[in-house]
Design a binder for this molecule. Structure first.
Ligand SMILES: CCCCCCCC/C=C\CCCCCCCC(=O)N[C@@H](CO)[C@H](O)/C=C/CCCCCCCCCCCCC
Ligand SMILES: [Ca+2]
Ligand SMILES: [Zn+2]
Length: 270
């Protein structure tokens, strides 16, 4: 019986051919090989510092949540690289559980109080609820690991639902624009993920089994737009002495620009 650490012990194997470019890296393009055009998982190592740097005003006010979730996103990058390098059972679970815990931490810190279930009276109680749910989900994830990634992808639908609810209450056109771009990246990302999972034969026929590495980059792009939105709504809900303003780096006028939140001392807008 192969060890849970051994190469190819995971029941998941992505479309990219194994060991085609290296004897030690199973899926070269899906791993974080920092060569031009092979960025893939490296996007997670860029995402966190970019998030912390651009939103430094917010970070001064809410350092712990932002540093904590950024660190977890780096863990996602490390474990995902390890998974694609080895395609091992342990690699798969580390990859998926780091995503689960990063999402759980983000929900615990930033889930708006107005959407708390009625029985939850404070954020402290909500922390406990998320903690218990995440610990239970962690145990459940060992039962049928092949389903974990599907379950995690479903969380994106809940995030889309929350985005829609928040957009209805907000008339800042920058928020709407950022949300639209986030959704565009996510649609491209999930299409790539599904193509790699379900249409591998076709991908190999057209000689392009690299959709999963595109997923890594596209989902990181989507998060790059998602994070400032989360911050924007958090400032609106939880920091009444500040007014959030979405800005774009390097400049508003660039066709592709990264959003971030600036804080102004004022009253609420939406
Ligand atoms: C102010 C900051 C707020 C941050 C909140 C967001 C926290 C997000 C935490 C983690 C998401 C990381 C997802 C990246 C996965 C990369 C690893 C990977 O590719 N793993 C695959 C195997 O290698 C595995 O099959 C993938 C499983 C599915 C993961 C699905 C995650 C859903 C994330 C939702 C992102 C929302 C973006 C916008 C939604 C409209
Ligand atoms: Ca493969
Ligand atoms: Zn991956």
């Amino acid at each position: 019986m192969p060890s849970i650490f051994s190469y190819l012990s995971s029941e998941i194997d992505w479309c990219e051919g194994n060991f085609e470019r290296s004897a030690v890296i199973a899926e070269y393009y899906n791993t974080s090989v920092p060569v031009v055009f092979q960025i893939s998982n490296v996007s997670f190592f860029i995402l966190s510092p970019a998030l912390l740097y651009l939103n430094r005003q917010y970070c001064k006010q809410r350092a712990l949540p932002l540093y904590f979730v950024s660190a977890l996103l780096i863990c996602v990058g490390i474990f995902s690289s390890y998974f694609h390098m080895t395609l091992s059972y342990v690699g798969q679970l580390l990859d998926e559980l780091s995503i689960l815990w990063a999402l759980a931490a983000a929900y615990s810190f930033w889930y708006p109080k107005v959407y708390f279930p009625r029985c939850i009276k404070s954020r402290k109680h909500f922390f406990w609820l998320s903690g218990v749910t995440t610990v239970v989900s962690t145990f459940l994830s060992f039962i049928k690991p092949a389903l974990n990634a599907y379950a995690l992808n479903c969380i994106a639908f809940h995030l889309l639902y929350l985005t829609r609810k928040e957009l209805k209450k907000c008339n800042d056109y920058r928020v709407h624009r950022t949300a639209k771009i986030m959704i565009m990246w996510w649609v491209l990302a999930i299409t790539s993920w599904i193509s790699d999972r379900w249409l591998c034969g076709l991908c190999q026929m057209i000689n392009f089994p690299y959709f999963h590495s595109f997923w890594h980059v596209l989902i990181a792009m989507s998060l790059l737009y998602c994070c400032p939105l989360v911050i924007y709504f958090d400032v609106n809900y939880e920091m009444p002495s500040f007014k959030p303003k979405l800005e774009y780096w390097p400049s508003d006028s660039w066709p592709v620009a990264v959003p971030y939140v600036e804080l102004e001392r004022s009253h609420k807008q939406c």
